[in-house]
Design a protein around this ligand. Structure first.
Ligand SMILES: Nc1nc2c(c(=O)[nH]1)N[C@H]1C(S)=C(S)[C@@H](COP(=O)(O)OP(=O)(O)OC[C@H]3O[C@@H](n4cnc5c(=O)[nH]c(N)nc54)[C@H](O)[C@@H]3O)O[C@H]1N2
Ligand SMILES: Nc1nc2c(c(=O)[nH]1)N[C@H]1C(S)=C(S)[C@@H](COP(=O)(O)OP(=O)(O)OC[C@H]3O[C@@H](n4cnc5c(=O)[nH]c(N)nc54)[C@H](O)[C@@H]3O)O[C@H]1N2
Ligand code: SF4
Ligand SMILES: [Mo]
Length: 780
């Protein structure tokens, strides 16, 4: 498999290691790829079998189940480091998903990366390994620094590592020459210290994985409702009469949503899935905690209607639903919630006129659905008094992601589906604490009021100018404007768009620092100087001077609760993330009056400061110790709107043209069932019926025939960016799949090589990861 950036040679040309072909590869073996239909319900025994395989591979059979039993439990235990789906409202239920078990087991592996390992392999050699092989070496054990003389990582003491970071940061001409990335696993307390360090140092350069994930959702909800988050919680999921599930592969990526959907189906709710693909969650599930169902293979339906929109067609579908409801309102006074609209909203007349002016033919063309499909969805919506709309990356990672989320809110507002039980917007967040990161200050565009309070409480003078996000940071590395990059978790080199370009950007830095649990590509495409700083994982005991520490996290539904690790750390040389941040901060800001060391001794002290700075965190230490933690106040939920009009805002955005030009397809880059973002567990994608293959592209059979492509044919994929530049992948296997014409799908992170770093949404600055314009043809 080889890749060329068509207009951009990939060679860094400075003798330092080049990025491997694509990144993201699974285990290298020569098993034959295969595709077959998957006709079994989601979760259930297939999931159980898959879990056992991972446990066996990691030889964690003894520790695994014990850890799992402690996970996600009321009063103690650690938060699942998987997705951001909330814990059960009713307390303990053994409803931990297959993928949660995989993510935990992956962290608890007995394998170790030692100094001997690094002595045995040069960075150049490691660069030829697959990403699977890198992570498969196990947990990192001590701090390492890159030695350019030998091309090896060599041990360094923690203090020397901090001194290096401090020296390089202090040597910068401006604090804006540093950029501090966060991946969404970081707990709230570490998050707070991290942003405090960046701002005390003098920059708002705080890119995060959310810049690639739900930036669009946050911006849209902020503009419409005055809050960047969803308003629905798990209780609302439990009482909704209609649920619209848009652009998410829940069975793989938020697996416990299956339980909520099965419960909803049993109580007679309507469940509409909106997705170009019919994903496993749209059919049936065996609810894993229902042991008798497991034993009897008894499955429950998890969907009542599937709408296979074209890529990017969600906004047209939502507008169609609105149009239908407005048409219905001519003869049915109950079709709209007029009282709600009058009392709580702004901009209705304009929106109504816009819907009336949008012809049905246009809505059909743009959504890829027929008018009767749209009317069916509208009928579900109209008949329900409690409607919840949920979405994930299939909605947000598009050019017009912000407008689409606002259109979702428009539809909810028409019938007053806000501020009442069983209703509201409910984005499914990604990483387990990505929402908490934003709440606790990771924001390159922070609000003035937040900075005022941070400054007053912490005695610092935070910078006011906006900082750089993920794509801004990559561009700035190339321009020589970012010289120090700190990655607090994650795998920036592979997660960001345009892999070779991002890698070259990292290589231009004077210093790259990666705080990580496992070896990954971002350690190998590094700056002139480079550090790997290994940290404790969420499952591990965090002992500090004043005893065992807990950290807090916030789930998708704004519930904040404590997580306590109980495993012995993977190595005695690991530090916690708060300790690493405090060490770097002290070295960079020797005269700082922030009590960094004092904070690390006891995280209650960090929480006491957070309680004074963050809205909704009053009495933090007490409330976070309540059995299920606490829910951050949601003003929009109480129908209080911090918007310019003081009301919920209808938007009236023009409908974009999302139909690809002739001969082109819209490619989406998504996750398989067996991966965690850039971590690949295996080459299988069980629910989509694929085995032993990741270098694939799923296509509509008619689009394949039109291009002389048979099932399994090797194809070239050429992407054209907005600026006209082209990037290509060759030798991918085309597989037929049930999806609308004009759409195609393949896996991230491999396909990031197709996405230009400047191909981001003008509304959200999010890379267009679900919206890559490609031509596909047989490999010649
Ligand atoms: N096991 C596992 N769990 C995870 C992750 C993981 O990697 N592995 N990652 C976590 C993270 S960080 C995140 S952000 C979430 C991501 O969760 P998802 O959003 O489910 O992630 P993707 O795999 O990218 O899948 C995108 C889904 O959107 C659909 N889609 C694509 N384009 C469109 C469109 O135009 N319209 C509509 N309606 N649908 C579309 C795709 O068919 C697919 O079902 O998952 C989190 N949970
Ligand atoms: N083409 C394309 N690209 C995408 C996406 C897409 O849909 N399509 N999705 C985007 C999205 S939504 C996201 S969120 C990003 C994901 O981007 P990231 O969050 O940057 O990537 P991950 O793969 O989750 O990071 C994995 C690494 O995190 C480290 N790690 C694991 N646990 C811990 C911990 O507890 N502490 C610390 N410090 N490190 C830890 C390990 O070293 C591991 O190698 O990718 C984005 N990239
Ligand atoms: S649904 Fe998400 S948080 Fe819950 S156990 Fe599964 S991976 Fe973990
Ligand atoms: Mo994400």
């Amino acid at each position: 498999m080889s890749v060329q950036g068509v207009n951009e040679p990939t060679a860094p040309g400075d003798g330092r290691p080049e990025v491997p072909p694509t990144g993201g590869e699974g285990p290298a073996d020569d098993k034959q790829p295969s595709q077959h239909g998957y006709h079994h319900p989601a979760a259930g025994w297939g999931a159980a079998k898959s879990v056992t395989r991972v446990l066996l591979k990691e030889r964690a059979l003894v520790d695994g189940p014990r850890a799992i039993f402690k996970m996600n439990h009321e009063n103690g235990g650690f938060d699942c480091p998987g997705c951001a789906w909330p814990d059960d409202t009713k307390g303990l239920k053994l409803d931990i998903c297959e993928n949660g078990i995989k993510h935990v087991t992956w962290e608890m592996t007995p394998k170790r990366v030692t100094r001997e390992f690094f002595a045995a392999h040069t960075v150049t050699e490691l660069s030829t390994w697959t990403d699977f092989a890198l992570e498969d070496q196990g947990r990192l054990t001590e701090p390492m620094v890159y030695d350019p003389g030998t091309d090896h990582y060599v041990p360094i003491s923690w203090q020397a590592a901090f001194d290096l970071v401090g020296r390089e940061l202090r040597a910068l001409d401006s604090p804006h020459e540093a950029s501090f990335y966060t991946s969404g696993r970081l707990g709230n307390e570490a998050t707070f210290l991290y942003q405090l360090m960046a701002r005390e140092f003098g920059t708002n350069n705080l890119p995060d994985c959310s810049n690639m994930c739900h930036e669009a959702s946050g911006r849209a909800l902020q503009a419409a409702l005055g809050t960047g988050k969803g308003t629905a919680d798990l209780k609302d999921w439990e009482s909704a009469e209609a649920l619209f599930i848009m652009g998410v592969n829940a069975a793989s990526n938020a697996p416990r949503m299956l339980t909520a959907l099965a419960d909803a189906y049993r109580r007679g709710a309507q469940i509409v899935h909106v997705n170009p693909l019919i994903e496993a969650a749209a059919t049936r599930t065996i609810v894993p905690h229902e042991i008798t169902d497991m034993a009897l293979f008894k499955s429950t339906r998890t969907g009542t209607l599937n709408l296979q929109v074209r890529s990017g067609g969600d906004m047209a579908l939502m507008r169609g639903i609105a149009k239908a409801v407005l048409e219905q309102s001519a003869g049915d006074p109950k079709a709209l919630d007029r009282e709600f609209i009058e009392r709580y909203t702004h901009g209705f007349a304009e929106y109504r006129a816009l819907c009336e002016a949008t012809p049905w033919e246009e809505l059909e063309r743009q959504s890829g659905l027929t008018r009767s499909d749209i009317l069916r969805a509208a009928a579900v919506y109209s008949r329900s008094d409690r409607t919840l709309i949920s979405w994930c990356l299939g909605v947000s990672q598009h050019e017009h992601g912000v407008d689409t989320v606002r259109e979702i809110v428009n539809v909810l507002l028409l019938r007053g589906n806000l501020g009442r039980e069983g209703a509201g917007p409910s984005p499914v967040r990604g990483h387990s604490n990505v929402q908490g990161n934003r709440t606790c200050g990771i924001d390159h565009r922070p609000a003035g009021a937040f900075l005022d309070r941070l400054g007053a409480v912490c005695g610092i003078d935070p910078p006011r100018e906006h900082g750089m996000d993920t794509v801004g940071t990559i561009a700035a590395m190339h321009e020589g404007k970012v010289k120090v990059f700190v990655g607090m978790g994650g795998n920036f080199a592979l997660a960001a768009p345009d892999t070779p370009y991002t890698a070259r950007g990292l290589a231009k830095c004077a210093l790259t620092v990666q705080v990580s649990t496992k070896l990954n590509r971002s350690h190998l495409v590094h700056g002139e100087q480079a550090l790997i700083l290994p940290c404790l994982g969420r499952t591990e005991k965090d002992e500090q001077r004043r005893g065992l520490q807990a950290t807090s996290v916030e789930d998708s539904m704004s519930m904040v609760h404590l997580s306590v690790g109980m495993k012995r750390p993977a190595s005695p040389h690991l530090l916690s993330e708060p300790a690493i941040i405090a060490g770097m901060a002290r070295a960079a800001l020797p005269g700082s009056s922030t009590p960094w060391e004092h904070y690390v001794e006891d995280y209650d002290r960090i929480r006491d400061t957070m309680a004074q700075v963050l809205d909704g965190f009053e009495d933090f230490n007490r409330r976070v110790r309540l059995p299920l933690g606490f829910r951050i106040r949601q003003p929009a939920r109480e129908l209080v709107f911090f918007t310019p009009s003081g009301r919920a805002e209808f938007s009236s955005a023009p409908l974009p043209d999302v139909v690809p030009p002739d001969g082109m397809l819209v490619l989406q880059t998504m996750r398989s069932h067996d991966q965690w973002n850039t971590t690949i567990y295996s080459d299988d994608d069980r629910y989509r019926g694929v085995k032993n293959l990741r270098t694939l592209v799923l296509m509509n059979p008619a689009d394949m025939r039109a291009r002389d492509i048979g099932p399994g044919t090797l194809v070239d994929i050429t992407a054209t960016a907005k600026d006209g530049s082209r990037r290509a992948l060759t030798g991918y296997r085309a597989l037929p799949y049930d999806m609308p014409r004009g759409c195609a799908a393949g896996y991230m992170p491999e396909m990031n090589v197709l996405i230009a770093a400047n191909d981001y949404s003008s509304q959200s600055d999010q890379p267009l990861m679900k919206n890559v314009k490609v031509a596909i043809g047989p490999t010649r």
